[in-house]
Structure formats: structure tokens, C-alpha cells
Design a protein around this ligand. Structure first.
Ligand code: KG4
Ligand code: ZN
Length: 353
């Protein structure tokens, strides 16, 4: 193993390949993003209306080496300047994760560098630290294509307050967009389509799940599909000029539930800060609604820049730094864990096992 150099900055090469983004980043001292390279496969998967796991794995294989080389070049470093290799090892698509995990293990072994296994959610939560200086405790709403959850991030640790019973928020955006004839990924497409739309055009249901911090979005998805089918059965399918209204109504229904539940949970737990992270946190409607409702309760809301909301490796490098400092290293038995459970979170997103 290379000796860590406390007098010099610790540079971590981080890798992310859990879904359809092949990403690598170099992060110094857990804060400074020296490079952040993302090779997106969106154009490839768009043809199929969603991510095809086998195609994702093959594209990660093709993209990963050039992406890592670019991340090193952008950071003006070579592998000699790197003190550890970090990788997102779950949850995610098994084959996609395996590409990143195998690459990181091989690199760590060949260079005799410590290997750091990062939970993908912890990466999303850590993304807030790139541009914000937040003191725990705070509430994190983690919303992406594969997960929706409310986490209480505290000074000594953290806990999962609630998560989705069925579809994740991003999945709901993606499936509703598909039903509306909008391309993948659906979230940004719905947001674009909804601009200028009337959110009161259709009153879609909200699954409030009272007395619970859990979410459910499959009922909303069915309600949108039923609405569209019903219109077709009446011989009056939605006209092109109505899509913006239906998109606005669906977006409102998703953001209404996410923002209220986050604010209610924060108020109940006596928290003064909410952070929105994950791909859906890039949504302007969610940001506005949460900020307005939180302000009424004296709660502030922060979110990363959009590039750090959707999947990226910089967030993995930030989360990995705490694990580096704690000596929390993986060994060559590390495997991809598609359903990796959430470890107890320490302040700033680091794990307490
Ligand atoms: O975090 P992410 O890149 O990948 C996962 O970990 O799943 O999130 C991708 C999800 C997709 O479902 C996408 O539709 C959604 O984030 N998304 C958005 C927006 N940008 C991305 N949803 C709503 N509004 C957006 N602007
Ligand atoms: Zn993600």
C-alpha cells in the first residue's frame, strides 16, 4: 500500500457506472473537484425508451478507460498523484456496476492503492458538500431514477426515515413521459414540456401515506395511463397542445408529495435544513415548491448544481474521502451489489458500518 501523505492533498480517483452514465473524477481532500468526466449513454438507450442493462454494461466497457484517462488529464495528474481508488458498488444494475467495480479493483491492485467502496446513495448525499458548507443535522431527500428516500443525516450517524414502496420518483417521471410520447429520460422532458402548462388541468391523485415518510408513485402512473386511455376510448385522445398541461399536472403531483413530505419530516424532526439530491433534484418545480413550503417553517433548502444531481463520479469521490480518513477500505473480494442496503450514515454522508 502507498503511504498516505497527510501533509499533501489526498487525491481520490472515483468511478461511477451504476446505471447509464460512465463517469470518473479526481477529487482532492473530499471537496475540490479537480475533474468530473461523464460519458452518457442516453442517446443509445433513448431508442428503447429506457435503460437496457446488457447494452449499458457493454457501453461501460467501451467508455471506462477513455473516461478515466480524461479525468486524470483534466485534473493534470497521473496515477502517481492518486492516493486511493473509489467506486460505487451498489445499488444499481448488476452488469453495469461490475464493470466499474472490476476496473477499480484491477487498478487498485496494480498500483497498490487503497480501494474504497461507496454506496451510491451516499454519493448522492455527499454531492451537496461540493458547493455548500452544511453542518449536520439535516434532512436529505434522495430522488433519482432508482430510489426515493428521506434520510436524516446527523452528526453521529443517520437513519432512513422512509422510501418508496414501488416506483422511484424519477421512474414515475420516466414512465409518465413515455406514456405522453416524450423521450427518455422523462424527467427533463416533462419539465420542458410542462413549461407554460396549466398544472390544474387534470387533478391527478397524490399518495400521501399519512403518518409515514414513505412514498408511492405507482398509483399516479396508473392514473395518468388511465386518463390517457379513457380519452382514447371517448374518441378524444389528447391533442398535441394539451401535452404541456398533462405534463404540468403530473409534475405537480410528484413534486407536491415529495416537497410536503420532506418539509413535514424536517419539521417533526426539528431540522432546519433540507437538501435535495439525485437526478430529480435538478427539477425546478421540486426546488421551488420545497423552498417555498420550507421557508414558511423557517427551514432552508439547498441542492447541488444539476451536473452533481444526476449520476457523476465527483460525488463518489467526496463520499469516499470520509471513508479514506476513517480507514474504511475494501479488499479484492469487493463485488457489485445491485440491492445494496443503506449503511448507517455518518455526518456528511460517510458510513458507520
Ligand atoms: O441520479 P440519476 O442520474 O440516476 C439514478 O441514480 O437513477 O437520476 C436519473 C433520474 C431519471 O429518472 C431522470 O428522469 C430524472 O433523474 N431527472 C429528472 C430531471 N433530470 C433528471 N427528473 C425531473 N426533472 C429533471 N429536471
Ligand atoms: Zn443515482
Amino acid at each position: 500500500m502507498n503511504e498516505s501523505k497527510p501533509d499533501k492533498s489526498i487525491r481520490i480517483l472515483a468511478i461511477e457506472s451504476s446505471c447509464d452514465e460512465t463517469a470518473a473524477a479526481v477529487v482532492a481532500d473530499g471537496r475540490q473537484v479537480l475533474s468530473n468526466v461523464i460519458s452518457s449513454q442516453i442517446a443509445v438507450h433513448r431508442e428503447y425508451g429506457g435503460v437496457v442493462p446488457e447494452i449499458a454494461s457493454r457501453n461501460h466497457l467501451l467508455a471506462l478507460t477513455p473516461v478515466v484517462e480524461q479525468a486524470l488529464a483534466d485534473a493534470a495528474c497521473t496515477l502517481d498523484d492518486i492516493q486511493a481508488v473509489a467506486v460505487s458498488h451498489g445499488p444499481g444494475l448488476a452488469g453495469a456496476l461490475l464493470v466499474g467495480v472490476s476496473y477499480a479493483k484491477a487498478l487498485a491492485y496494480a498500483r497498490q492503492l487503497p480501494l474504497i467502496a461507496v454506496h451510491h446513495w451516499q454519493g448522492h448525499v455527499a454531492a451537496i458538500e461540493i458547493e455548500h458548507r452544511l453542518e449536520p443535522p439535516y434532512l436529505a431527500l434522495v430522488v433519482s431514477g432508482s430510489h426515493s428516500g428521506l434520510l436524516l443525516v446527523g452528526e453521529q450517524g443517520g437513519r432512513l426515515l422512509g422510501c418508496s414502496h414501488d416506483d422511484a420518483a424519477g421512474e414515475a417521471f420516466d414512465k409518465i413521459a413515455r406514456a405522453l410520447g416524450l423521450p427518455y429520460p422523462g424527467g427533463p422532458e416533462i419539465e420542458r414540456a410542462a413549461a407554460g402548462g396549466d398544472a390544474a388541468y387534470v387533478d391527478f391523485p397524490r399518495a400521501w401515506l399519512p403518518d409515514s415518510d414513505d412514498f408511492s408513485f405507482s398509483g399516479l402512473k396508473s392514473a395518468v395511463l388511465n386518463y390517457l386511455h379513457h380519452r382514447e376510448q371517448l374518441g378524444d385522445p389528447p391533442r398535441a397542445d394539451e401535452i404541456k398541461h398533462i405534463a404540468a399536472a403530473a409534475q405537480q403531483a410528484i413534486c407536491d408529495v415529495l416537497s410536503w413530505k420532506a418539509v413535514l419530516a424536517a419539521r417533526r424532526e426539528g431540522l432546519k435544513q433540507i437538501v435535495l439530491v439525485g437526478g430529480v433534484a435538478a427539477n425546478g418545480c421540486l426546488r421551488r415548491m420545497t423552498a417555498e413550503r420550507a421557508a414558511e417553517q423557517g427551514i432552508t433548502v439547498s441542492y447541488p448544481a444539476p451536473v452533481y444531481c444526476t449520476d457523476n463520479a465527483a460525488m463518489i469521490g467526496v463520499a469516499a474521502y470520509r471513508q479514506y480518513a476513517a480507514g474504511d477500505f475494501a479488499d479484492m473480494r469487493l463485488n457489485a451489489c445491485p440491492r445494496l442496503p443503506l449503511p448507517v450514515l455518518a455526518a456528511g454522508g460517510a458510513a458507520e458500518q
